[in-house]
Design a protein around this ligand. Structure first.
Ligand code: SAM
Length: 215
């Protein structure tokens, strides 16, 4: 009886998996559409993904900016930098994507190089946000866009709270008011606040979106 039940469960799950994968891919593509719109980018744009993780967003944006544009994927973690490069190679976009070894005190971006910079799920990891924001200011062209996609401190994620954060952080995640205050202090103007960001990959954690411009 148990084997029969397990067999039926395996067949049902096997049938549902491709459907779930397609739904997840559609959510991801919708999020990329929103990001492209928020950052005001298109073919030929130069964009930086600060805290790129394994690189899915950097790679998707490299496809959107095309061979005449460029994406800088900035990451402090060496293992993840290898994963980003592999993902870019698999997607055939290595020619328009540069993986950069970032540091907490300096993102490592060339001056006046970018039309847009964004952090998705990474701002709450910054241990020296003031220094990071100075680097973003330097890298953005005048009128360049800056976006932060993140989530408020979330109790059940507390065990994974990053180490070495500024003293005013209160858990895993970041209060949007802190982001707005710090980014404004770095000289940016807030342009948009999206209370509900359509986060494709993290359905269990509601994300918000903030957009700024470098005057
Ligand atoms: C939660 S992950 C988000 C990854 C990706 N943006 C995503 O949404 O899937 C945060 C990433 O930021 C990286 N990180 C933290 N501080 C950083 C910094 N100052 N510069 C660049 N990367 C940083 C971490 O190593 C980690 O890979």
């Amino acid at each position: 009886m148990i084997w029969k039940t397990l067999g039926i469960a395996a067949i049902v799950l096997g049938g549902a998996l491709p459907f779930l994968r397609r739904a997840s891919q559609r959510r991801f593509e919708r999020e990329i559409d929103r990001l492209v719109e928020l950052l005001g980018i298109g073919p030929g744009s130069v964009v930086a993904d600060l805290g790129a993780g394994k690189g899915p967003y950097a790679v998707a944006l490299a496809q959107r900016v095309g061979p005449s544009g460029h994406v800088y994927a900035l990451e402090v973690d060496a293992g993840r930098r290898v994963q980003i490069e592999a993902a870019a190679r698999r997607a055939g976009v290595l020619g328009q994507l540069t993986v950069v070894a970032a540091h907490q005190e300096d993102p490592g971006l060339p001056s006046d190089s970018c039309d847009a910079v964004f952090l998705r799920g990474s701002y709450h990891h910054l241990t020296q946000p003031e220094r990071t924001l100075q680097g973003v200011q330097r890298a953005l062209k005048p009128g360049g866009r800056f976006a932060v996609i993140d989530f408020s401190p979330t109790l059940w994620l507390a065990p994974w709270t990053p180490q070495g954060l500024p003293a005013d952080r209160t858990g895993h995640g970041i209060d949007p008011d802190i982001v707005v205050r710090e980014v404004a202090a770095a000289g940016f103007q807030k342009t948009r606040w999206l209370e509900r960001w359509p986060s494709g990959a993290n359905l269990l954690v509601p994300h918000y979106g903030l957009a700024f411009v470098r005057p």
